[in-house]
Design a protein. Sequence first.
Length: 102
Amino acid sequence: MKFVLHILFVIVTASFAQSPDGKIVFEKYCWGCHHQTAMAFGPPFSQIADTRSPEEIEAYIISPESMYKSFGYKRTVMTQFHLGDEERKSIVQYILLFKGKQ
Ligand code: HEC
């Protein structure tokens, strides 16, 4: 019983630790241009999650400038961010939450 409770505790804290962070990063840096499931200035997170791998998403955030051609864009207007590793991982996880939500 104690073991089961421990596992539950780990799962609950892990899921709470991950997603709110990603949401905060989203609201702070991305929301002006991206929405979760609706087209804004940039494509919706649901579309990104459906078409790109986590590695591709991460690479785009690190450097839109070196990725836009391989993503099929003629140019990029996305801001280049200098996010910390944790912030970047959590925003990638947050984007992936919208897979299949279009
Ligand atoms: C100034 C507006 C702007 C901001 C702020 C912005 N983006 Fe973008 N983003 C865009 C636009 C426009 C595109 C389409 C291609 C381009 O211009 O680079 C894009 C493309 C992307 C793509 C690739 C889309 C695809 O085709 O799969 C990803 C991933 C992405 N953005 C993630 C983010 C994340 C994460 C943040 C916040 C940390 C963010 N963007 C903030 C405007 C923005």
